[in-house]
Design a protein around this ligand. Structure first.
Ligand SMILES: [Zn+2]
Length: 140
C-alpha cells in the first residue's frame, strides 16, 4: 500500500509558531496531507548552508516526492526569526522581511534546479505579538 500526500512543508522549528502553523495548515487543506520538515530558519540553510546541509534538505524533498508523491514544496518563513537574527543585524522588520523574501526566492530556484516540475509556495508568517498567539500568514 502506498501512502501519498500533496506537499512537503519546510518551516522554522521555532516553538512559538507551531500552533498557528498547524492552524494555517488545517485551513489550507495541508494538515494530514503534508510531510513536515522543521529547521531553524526554515529554508535559510538551503541558501547559505554548506553543501552537506543543502543536500540534506534536498534529500527530504526527494523523499517526499518519491515516497509520498508530493508535488508541492511550501517554504514558510516568519518574522522575528532567531536563526536570521543570529546571522544579520536587521534595523527593522521590513529589512528582515526583504532578506527572508530574497532567500525564499533563491531557495525556490535551488529546488527547481533539482526538481523540474515541482510547485513552490512561499508563505510569510508575520508575528503580530512576540509569543506567536497572533500570526498573519501571507502567500507570496
Ligand atoms: Zn525562526
Amino acid at each position: 500500500m502506498s501512502h501519498q500526500c500533496k506537499a512537503i512543508l519546510i518551516h522554522c522549528m521555532d516553538f512559538r509558531l507551531i500552533e498557528q502553523t498547524r492552524n494555517w495548515m488545517k485551513e489550507n487543506g495541508y494538515l494530514g496531507d503534508c510531510d513536515v520538515v522543521s529547521l531553524a530558519g526554515a529554508s535559510k540553510e538551503l541558501v547559505d548552508g554548506g553543501h552537506q546541509t543543502r543536500e540534506l534538505i534536498l534529500k527530504q524533498i526527494n523523499t517526499a516526492c518519491s515516497l509520498h508523491s508530493a508535488s508541492e514544496v511550501i517554504l514558510l518563513h516568519h518574522s522575528d526569526c532567531g536563526a536570521y537574527k543570529a546571522s544579520y543585524n536587521f534595523e527593522n522588520v521590513d529589512e528582515e522581511t526583504a532578506k527572508q523574501t530574497e532567500d525564499m526566492d533563491r531557495a525556490e530556484e535551488i529546488i527547481k534546479e533539482r526538481f523540474k516540475d515541482i510547485k513552490v509556495k512561499k508563505v510569510w508568517a508575520k508575528m503580530l505579538d512576540e509569543h506567536g498567539e497572533k500570526v498573519g500568514f501571507e502567500i507570496l
